[in-house]
Write a protein that binds this ligand. Sequence first.
Ligand code: PLP
Length: 446
Amino acid sequence: MTLTDVIPSLRYSARARLEPGIWPASAALTDRGDLTIGGVSAVDIAARFGTPAYVLDEDEVRQHCRDYHRALPGVEVAYAGKAFLCRAMARWMCEEGMSLDVCSAGELAVARSAGFPAARILLHGNVKTAEDLKAAQSYGVGRIVVDSLDEISQLGLLAQRRQQVLVRVTPGVDGHTHAAIATGVEDQKFGFSLASGAAEEAVRAVLAQPSLELVGLHCHIGSQITRVASFEEAARRMVRLLHDLRIKYGVTLPQLNLGGGHAVRYLSGDGDFDLDGFAHRLKVAVNFECARLGFPVPALTIEPGRSVVAKAGVTFYRVIAVKHVPGVRTWVAVDGGMSDNLRPALYDAQYVVRMVGRTSRENSAPMTVVGRHCEAGDIIARDVPLPADIHAGDLLAVPCTGAYHHSLASNYNAVARPPVVAVSGGAPRLIVRRESEEDLLGRDCG
Ligand SMILES: *Cc1c(COP(=O)(O)O)cnc(C)c1O
């Protein structure tokens, strides 16, 4: 907590320091109030690419991959592409030695078109359509994580060549996260329950399919999880299941995939995810449980999405209108909103908002930043301190928007989706262009 957090009436220009832990490591403020990311000015980006715009710090993304590999040597790290995927991102992941999770034929098409090696791709999802499964087979995707008995029989029939599969298990571990992103507990739509015996039934079903090769088990207990103990408990339960399967069915499965869900901070006060602590405790938990049961230590995979890309992203908006309702609230309306950031509406997510591009000598006051869409819930951030002289034309920056922003974006109100501008080494590079009206009309058959 900074002094200016405690005394919000301090002048806005005095809040020179960026909130710790939520901006890309390269982010810096200039004397004139501009923000640079990867050495590139926010004002220049807005002028050149327009607003709203997502900016992604390539070096920050790569650094997160390296942090994972450093902390977890020998562990396969599969990036969960649903957090953010485009061809440039797929190439960065490939170059960083990551594997890749995809959830649909569409995500697979992106990976394929970037030349991402099929052997390092895993196909996920509680629903995989025939098109998804066929696309995976046609590209030769390394592993498919099966999620229902229907899928197992469908895939068994469809598989042209022997397909490696993992069974997704619901270990009954509560990750203590938002209900909409809790996937390890019993009562949700993903996976096969460990407790009810459904997981074992799924294993039997896979073993009965000659075209499928069961190589391991998978679990993903949810997203935005800070408690390492939840991951440890899931790992222990999964090892016990591996051991039970060996005793009952004589199969020694060589792979254990423990999912993703590592939390990131959206606000400076949020709990952080301790990667080194996680790495250490996970290894100890798996090794200990394996030794206790006399089960050979499986090859581990983890699947972080958010924690690889969230902090690398910053969204820029232009202020379009400011409404002061005396004694009630000041509304700051921008040129984007829930079409580029759905998380406040989905999860009550909170964000920091910072005015960039100029300094202000005014005091700051709490204001509510809203979007352009026809929904009262179209709010980007409530009661965030902004300078009292904020006005139309000012530029706003929202950090920690690299994950589940572009990928959850919509065309609500026929608004074109923003571009993604990668920055690295002082230069911006467009990796996803802004949608155009032609794009929007392209699917309209008239
Ligand atoms: C979403 C998802 C992930 C990644 O979750 P994050 O919270 O982004 O790390 C990993 N594995 C599976 C199966 C998922 O569905």
